[in-house]
Design a protein around this ligand. Structure first.
Ligand code: NAD
Length: 428
């Protein structure tokens, strides 16, 4: 159930599905373990800055439409804000706020020197031409550029934005400041300062998280049946890398439906079909099913890699997986996390599991600033080191405090950000 669902929600559901409240619950639990004082809690819970912009865009039919966009900078105490920009019809300020805060905790979990930021524009990219998307992206960039900069806030792709979007942002920013500023965004095409390995980085980080968690649980790839929700940058690439490691991917979905094959899907063939047809529909070597119930399919490992609020108090009891590795941001509500934790289901939380993307974004930013580019092997092996170290640090924090991996990830990351405030002081 996404927050943008047209189904009327009860008050309890509205509260459960509010990603900002969900983030705050995770934060508060961890802050209690750390014994953080109320003043610092308030600072860390609140975004630093929120910008709402209204964007006139010339449409192909000659008319002008005004779109609403946001950029939220949650915290930049550890370095420039870092976080993606999403284009979707159900973008809202609470979602962008939560995603922005999650970026602060995510950068801290993997210990990259960034704070958290996030942006979004309310639009339906499926109904827009490339020209309309380019004009929208450029206008959005121009409207938020006062708060952007390689040392201030460095956007990246997120849902429905990609390398091309980043190229437009980089160009628009560069035209305004009168020099080519490659380090203003990450996730760019290679030819204009992108990093090798960035496109696959989030999926690769998900794969590494699965592998490390499986070692702890005692599962072997060849015995593991996997369900992946979403087949975009994170889900598609994550599924492919897991498939190459010998996992059996039995179900994969996109927003229109899912494909299922008990013996395991031929993931490269499914992705080739997707590249050609842009949806799973029509793929021949699998059973087609509606999305409802996909997460409840009997499997060992579940990778929700589509959007938030997919595992809720309504379906948590029906989830069969022993291990959930969160490719998406916020796919499990706080209430559902609690239910699953009680049931002994291990969840590798989003702020750890999908941190491969921001880690290689950091590598990209470093390479842009040095003007010296690394090989894919160097990028992948540094990513591997960062992810394994972060996983083990979160795991040992969970053992130390006897808490879930999610609470442990929050404890570790909040402790790091709090220590910066202890050193720098609060400018109050
Ligand atoms: P994407 O647009 O490339 O892919 C999203 C996929 O999810 C598509 O296949 C889409 O059809 C599918 N989808 C959407 N709603 C669905 C639904 N209700 N059921 C089933 N499938 C659905 O987006 P992405 O970049 O892969 O991002 C996915 C998630 O991962 C988001 O939560 C995003 O914030 C998070 N994330 C992305 C990155 C990154 O580097 N791209 C990094 C960290 C986290």
């Amino acid at each position: 159930m996404s927050t943008g669902s047209s189904v009327a929600l009860t008050d309890a559901q509205r509260e459960e599905y509010n990603p900002f409240l969900s983030m705050q619950k995770g934060f508060n639990t961890a802050a209690d373990y750390l014994g953080l004082d109320e003043g610092l809690r308030e600072v860390l819970r609140s975004p630093d800055r929120e910008l709402t912009v209204y964007l006139p865009v010339m449409m192909d039919d000659g008319g002008v439409r005004v779109f609403t966009g946001y950029r939220v900078q949650h915290n930049f105490s550890r370095g420039p804000c870092k976080g993606g920009i999403r284009f979707a019809p159900d973008v809202n300020i609470d979602e962008v706020r939560a995603l922005s805060a999650w970026m602060t905790w995510k950068c801290s979990v993997v210990d990259v020197p960034f704070g958290g930021g996030k942006g979004g524009v309310i639009c339906d990219p499926r109904e827009m031409s490339a020209g309309e998307l380019e004009r929208l992206t450029r206008r959005y960039t121009a409207s938020i550029m006062d708060i952007l900069g390689p040392d201030r806030d460095v956007p990246a792709p997120d849902m429905n934005t990609n390398e091309q979007t980043m190229a437009w942002i980089m160009d628009t920013y560069s035209m305004h400041v009168r020099n080519t500023t490659t380090a203003i965004v990450t996730g760019k095409p290679l030819a204009i300062g992108g990093s090798r390995g960035r496109t696959e980085a989030t999926g690769r980080g998900v794969m590494i998280s699965c592998r490390e968690a499986m070692k702890k649980i005692g599962l072997r790839p060849e015995d593991t049946r996997v369900v992946v929700q979403g087949s975009g940058n994170v889900g598609g690439i994550g599924a492919l890398l897991l498939y190459r490691e010998g996992y059996k991917i039995i179900s994969l979905s996109d927003m229109y439906g899912s494909v299922y094959r008990e013996e395991g899907l031929d993931v490269p063939a499914v992705l080739a079909h997707l590249r050609e047809h842009r949806r799973l529909e029509g793929y021949t070597d699998a059973e087609h099913r509606p999305n409802a119930g996909q997460l409840e399919v009997d499997c060992d490992l579940l990778v929700p890699a589509a959007t938030e609020n997919q595992i809720t108090s309504e379906n948590a009891d029906r989830i069969k997986a022993k291990l959930i590795v969160e490719g998406a941001n916020g796919p499990t509500t706080a209430k559902a996390s609690e239910i699953l934790h009680q049931r002994g289901v291990v969840i590798v939380p989003d702020i750890l599991a999908n941190a491969g993307g921001v880690t290689v974004s950091y590598f990209e930013w470093v390479q842009d600033r040095m003007g010296y580019f690394w090989t894919e092997e160097v990028v992948n092996s540094r990513l591997e080191q960062v992810m394994v170290k972060a996983f083990n640090e979160v795991y040992s924090t969970a053992e130390k405090y006897k808490v879930s991996l999610r609470t442990a990830a929050y404890i570790l990351s909040i402790e790091r950000v709090a220590s910066v405030y202890h050193l720098r002081g609060i400018f109050a």
